[in-house]
Write a protein that binds this ligand. Structure first.
Ligand code: BG6
Length: 467
């Protein structure tokens, strides 16, 4: 069994991480433009002011995508380019940029795949009503979505509403690593619920405005195993899923919350606050596909010791990651059977297959892998060639896992690597590279194709046969 004929071989980026041009052509400031400049928030004070300067070099970048044979390019729209203040007056220059990018892609038969929200909330809305904490954001978000649907829906078929709500809400409100930098479980639960409502409303509008398009959202997916056969660990695993996995997939793709966990959260935190009509709205918005961003699996154990959040390896110093957990529910432990990256993420291709089979069983929807990739410091040889064999190995094995999943009945529409080009990792700076294309930060951001670029080109040309 091989990949379907129209399989979407793709690669992805996100506006804040790749575009740069942070205040060019009328763009307003996003929460990341401000947050990344606060002392101690990002790795070595890095930010996306310039990033890969894709905003000014998109034609050059699209040309190399075309040479590679890319079938789809997933990118995000910066809300602050369309509405510099989050709402109100449209910035035509912003609309024009994305319109040109779309045309450029279509010129080479590359299917554009748009992410509407990849974390760069307009700072104006954070200031006005605390962003995702307020239900007021729902209408502003839907208005922004409407402008995008109206301007780009004639040419763009694939749409992702939210990128990893579990990450931007979890890190923003749970462990204070993303803006607004809070540790407040109640706000976290309420804000998460509001993202689901905004997602649902945007989907409903999409049906009217882009009747032939396909829409979904992307969740960061960490399938998990139980650390042992003990009942304690198995129950901890179940709690992990209900607390952090199904908790997000269910409202987005089934219009409900895992029942026991909903009870637990409402008793313990009095949240999320669910108003009349909320659940009906969630139920009534049907996604066409589930987007997943997959990097690694988790090994879960019981957490009697009450281990809480203990920081993240954001330096690339292998084995520096400490044990993390949620007291009373579960903790993450090292999976001794797996290799880990320098950022202590488990490398587990078969976990991707396992994860997709779980999703098929629970939701029975098509899947798009909207991100998958290896973050590493790439070796450069004496001739200046970037020999990212480790990335090639990583991607190859994950593509094999996709093939196996398809054989087992998963309806996989596409596979996007993260990322097309080296870009800013929010908390890990430019040190953590993911791209097929290297960006020489010491030489005017000159682009250079890596070994993986030529490898993926063959993969695409052979529709996944030549790995
Ligand atoms: C996902 C995000 O969480 O993973 C991307 O959607 C991000 O924006 C990617 O860059 C890799 O994570 P990191 O932290 O290694 O950059």
């Amino acid at each position: 069994m091989s990949f379907p004929k129209n399989f979407l071989w793709g690669s992805a980026t996100a506006a804040y991480q790749v575009e740069g041009a942070w205040d060019q052509d009328g763009k307003g400031p996003s929460i990341w433009d401000l947050y990344s400049k606060l002392p101690g928030t990002t790795f070595e004070g890095t930010n996306g002011d310039i990033a890969a300067d894709h905003y000014n070099r998109y034609k050059e970048d699209v040309k190399t995508m075309a040479e590679m044979g890319l079938k789809t390019y997933r990118f995000s729209i910066a809300w602050t380019r369309i509405f510099p203040q989050g709402a109100g007056k449209i910035n035509e220059k912003g609309v024009e940029f994305y319109s040109n990018l779309i045309d450029e892609l279509l010129k080479y038969n590359i299917e554009p795949m748009i992410t509407l929200y990849h974390w760069d909330l307009p700072q104006a809305l954070q200031d006005k009503y605390a962003g995702w904490e307020s239900r007021k954001i729902i209408d502003d978000f839907v208005e922004y979505a409407k402008v995008c649907f109206k301007n780009f829906g004639d040419r763009v078929k694939y749409w992702i509403v939210m990128n990893e709500p579990n990450v931007f809400i979890g890190l923003g409100y749970g462990i204070a690593l993303h803006p607004p930098g809070l540790k407040d479980r109640k706000k976290e639960l309420n804000a998460g619920h509001i993202t689901a409502l905004a997602n649902a409303k945007a989907i409903k509008l999409f049906r009217e405005l882009v009747p032939n398009g396909m829409i979904g959202s992307s969740i960061a997916y960490g399938p998990a195993y139980s650390a042992s056969e003990s009942i304690e660990d198995k129950l901890a695993l179940e709690r992990y899923y209900n607390y952090g996995v199904w908790w997000w997939f269910d409202p987005y793709f089934k219009g409900e919350y895992p029942e026991e966990m909903l009870k637990y959260n409402q008793e313990k935190y009095g949240a999320p606050e669910i108003l009349d009509g909320d659940m009906e709205l969630l139920k009534s918005a049907k996604s066409d596909f589930i987007g997943i961003n997959y990097y690694c699996t988790q090994m879960i154990a019981d957490n009697k010791e009450g281990i809480g959040y203990n920081g993240m390896n954001n330096t690339g110093e292998k084995n520096s990651q400490k044990e993390n957990g949620v007291p009373g529910l579960f903790k993450h432990v090292r999976n001794t059977k797996l290799e880990y990256t320098d950022w202590d993420w488990a490398i587990d291709p078969d976990g991707l297959r396992y994860g997709m089979l779980q999703l098929k069983e629970r939701y029975n929807l098509p899947i798009i892998i909207s991100e998958n990739g290896l973050g590493a410091v790439d070796p450069i040889d004496e001739e200046g060639n970037i020999q990212d064999t480790q990335r090639v190995d990583y991607l190859r094995e994950h593509i094999v896992a996709c093939k196996n999943a398809i054989e087992e009945g998963v309806d996989l529409l596409g596979y996007c690597t993260w990322s097309y080009i080296d870009l800013l990792s929010w908390l890990n700076g430019y040190k953590k590279q993911y791209g097929f294309v290297y960006v020489d930060r010491k030489n005017n951001l000159a682009r250079k194709k890596k070994l993986s670029y030529f490898w993926y080109k063959k993969v695409i040309a052979s529709n996944g046969e030549e790995l």
